[in-house]
Design a protein. Structure first.
Length: 127
């Protein structure tokens, strides 16, 4: 595994820590560790900038899907400052995964996320 791949994998691990943080203090710390201060997140349902916007988006996802966790599917693929990976939102109660997607992230020089472009591959009806 190259150092570049380690860098990408570490950034994606911090990304999932943020998405799976549920209490406000842990979420604030995890978002700050994963994203640059002016980092962005964009998918078909949301477009936010900065730590507060990203934390609010994550909080909203947990409110909509209580008892669910984001899990990676497959490996992280990366080059230069860019990585891509896939994920599922999994019920901790029954293992169902009603939401799945793929994200592309761009990192800054410190390995924090500058931008996320998210694609939703599976979404429940009415989402």
């Amino acid at each position: 595994m190259s150092a570049r791949t380690d860098r990408h994998s570490a950034a994606v691990a911090r990304y999932f820590e943020a998405w799976n943080a549920v209490d406000p203090e842990s979420l604030t710390k995890a978002v700050a560790a994963a994203w640059a201060a002016d980092g962005t997140y964009t998918d078909p349902l949301a477009e936010v900038r900065g730590h507060e916007g990203i934390a609010a988006l994550i909080t909203g996802a947990h409110e909509r899907f209580p008892g669910f966790a984001f899990r990676p599917t497959g490996d992280v693929d990366g080059h230069h400052d860019t990585a891509r990976f896939s994920w599922e939102l999994v019920s901790e109660a029954d293992g169902s995964a009603p939401v799945a997607g793929s994200d592309v992230i761009v990192l800054d020089a410190d390995g924090r996320i500058r931008s996320v472009l998210g694609f939703l591959d599976r979404v429940p009806a009415g989402a």
